[in-house]
Each structure stands twice: as structure tokens, then as C-alpha cells.
Design a protein around this ligand. Structure first.
Ligand code: AMP
Length: 288
């Protein structure tokens, strides 16, 4: 079995229109390729929800802030296609660049608020690039459902906001972060880690998980976050861009844990930037 690959909007729309005529529902899973178990978990969830699933593969230059990062991003289309065939995906859409950014392209989708702070501070223009390409992929596929990972939590909330604001008729479904056995979140950037860095890498997740538990038990937010930062640096990370507590849905900064929240971090391990996040929520003691 293989998965059909299309590279133009015309081909994509012809196939999607046939599916629609037969009454099938459609899910889309946007990716930048180099597929790992995290991506495949989205595909599996999509197969549970919709009759047909389209996985998209586009390494979007507009969401990279560094030419070196873009150049180093892994491109493994034939392995990706083999994995998707095994999974049972119905279509792989690998748009030619001109299908996403035709000559004269002049539109940017920019979601304010949620795109500021966290990764937005350290990757200027990144979320405009994400919102613009995701909006295009939604419109090109006309899918009913879109699957995103919690691994990129700010991106997930940004996409939800955009869909709501622009009345895009698609339901955004989120899937939990898939981790290695030692806790490290799967990422297409993990392959860049040296063996020594790979051994240090899980500490980001482990500190976040432990900190989330401490906060839930009532530990004061600011000192606890300071201790978490120190622990990540002590484990061997080179620099922490941010480690913050934010509201679960609005991503507003929080200084006390009085509602469901996310603990989000980005940190550098050698030359590799890793991000992760975990949920935390106050434990209310029962009275009476
Ligand atoms: P990317 O190819 O990195 O742009 O990611 C494509 C989609 O896969 C996004 O919705 C990510 O949030 C999701 N994803 C990436 N890594 C993971 C992971 N470890 N677990 C779950 N979803 C993931």
C-alpha cells in the first residue's frame, strides 16, 4: 500500500470534492514532515474522527526566523510517505512553494494577543507565518476537522483563536504530547542532539512535571518558577528563553494558581532550542 501524493491545490480540491460528493468527512493534519510518533498519533486520532484524512507536509519558510534553522530542518518525504501508508492516511499533500506563496503574495494573517510573549517574543514573525500557512491549508483542503498537538501549545491556542475570529468552518482537535520513555517530548529537532545532550534533554520535561505538581499543591508561583529555571540550568541546559505560568485558554500571565494553567518553557541545549509544556491546576481541598 502507498499513500497518494498531490502537490497542487487543483489536484487536492478534485480529490476532496469527490470525497464530499460521497458524503465523507475530512480531517487535515498539518505538519512540516520528518514524521515521528507525535505526528502519527495525530493521524491516528484523525482516522478515528473522520472518514478521510489528509496529512500536509510543508516546511514553511515564513515561520522560520533563521536561515540556518530552515536549512537544517530535516526533509524526509519518502520515509514520511511510507509511514503514512502504514498508518492508513488517505492523502499526502506536499504543496509546491508556489501553491502556498504564489508570485505577488501579499497577505499575512496575524493573531494578536495570543501570539505575543513566550515563543512570540523570541521568534519574531513566527506566529504570523504559522497563522498564514494554516489558514491557507484550511481553505485549500476544506477539511471538517484539524488535528494539532499540545506540544506546540501557543500555536494550538493561536489556531483556535484564528478559526473563531475568521469563522473558518473547521473543528480544531488537540492531542496530548507524545514523549520518549524518559519524558523528552518527541520533536523533529531532537535528532540534532549529541548523545551527551540527549542524556540531559529529558530534564526540561521532568522539571516542568515536578514544578506543575508543586504548584498544584500550593507552592508559591514566582519562587517555584525561579527554582525550576535554576534546576534546568543545573541539569546542563545553556539558556532558558522563558519558563512561565499562563492561563490554560487565554495564555495570560499568572502569578498565583487560581485556575487551570499551563507551565510553558523554551530552553537551549547546546545549539538546539527545545520547547515543552505541561498542564497544572489548583487542587481544591474539600471542606466539611
Ligand atoms: P511540526 O511538524 O513540528 O510542525 O508539527 C506538526 C504537528 O505535530 C503540530 O500540531 C505539533 O504540535 C504536533 N506535534 C509535534 N510533536 C509532537 C509530539 N511530541 N506529540 C504530539 N504532537 C506533536
Amino acid at each position: 500500500m502507498s499513500v497518494p501524493i498531490v502537490r497542487t491545490v487543483d489536484e487536492l480540491r478534485t480529490i476532496a470534492a469527490e470525497w464530499r460528493r460521497s458524503g465523507a468527512s475530512i480531517a487535515v493534519v498539518p505538519t512540516m514532515g520528518a514524521l515521528h510518533e507525535g505526528h502519527l498519533s495525530l493521524g491516528r486520532a484523525a482516522l478515528q474522527k473522520a472518514d478521510r484524512i489528509i496529512v500536509t507536509l510543508f516546511v514553511n519558510p515564513k515561520q522560520f526566523n533563521s536561515a540556518a534553522d530552515l536549512a537544517a530542518y530535516p526533509r524526509t518525504e519518502s520515509q514520511d510517505a511510507a509511514k503514512l501508508a502504514l498508518l492508513g492516511a488517505h492523502l499526502l499533500y506536499v504543496p509546491d512553494a508556489v501553491e502556498i506563496y504564489p508570485a505577488g503574495f501579499a497577505t499575512t494573517v496575524s493573531v494578536s494577543g495570543i501570539s505575543q510573549g513566550l515563543c512570540g517574543t523570541f521568534r519574531p514573525g513566527h506566529f504570523d507565518g504559522v497563522a498564514t500557512v494554516v489558514a491557507k491549508l484550511f481553505l485549500q483542503t476544506g477539511a471538517d476537522f484539524a488535528f494539532f498537538g499540545e506540544k506546540d501549545f501557543q500555536q494550538l491556542q493561536l489556531v483556535r483563536r484564528m478559526v473563531q475570529d475568521l469563522d473558518i468552518p473547521i473543528t480544531v482537535v488537540c492531542c496530548p504530547t507524545v514523549r520518549e520513555a524518559d519524558g523528552l517530548a518527541l520533536s523533529s529537532r531532537n535528532f540534532r542532539l549529541s548523545p551527551a545532550e540527549r542524556a540531559i534533554a529529558p530534564n526540561l520535561a521532568l522539571v516542568l512535571i515536578e514544578t506543575a505538581e508543586r504548584l498544584a499543591r500550593g507552592s508559591p508561583v514566582l519562587p517555584t518558577l525561579a527554582e525550576a529555571r535554576a534546576a534546568i540550568l543545573a541539569a546542563g541546559y545553556r539558556d532558558i528563553e522563558y519558563l512561565e505560568l499562563r492561563g490554560e485558554t487565554d495564555l495570560q500571565p499568572m502569578t498565583s494558581l487560581d485556575r487551570p494553567a499551563r507551565l510553558l518553557a523554551a530552553a537551549w541545549l547546546g545549539e538546539t532550542r527545545l520547547i515543552d509544556n505541561v498542564r497544572t491546576s489548583p487542587v481544591f481541598s474539600e471542606v466539611g
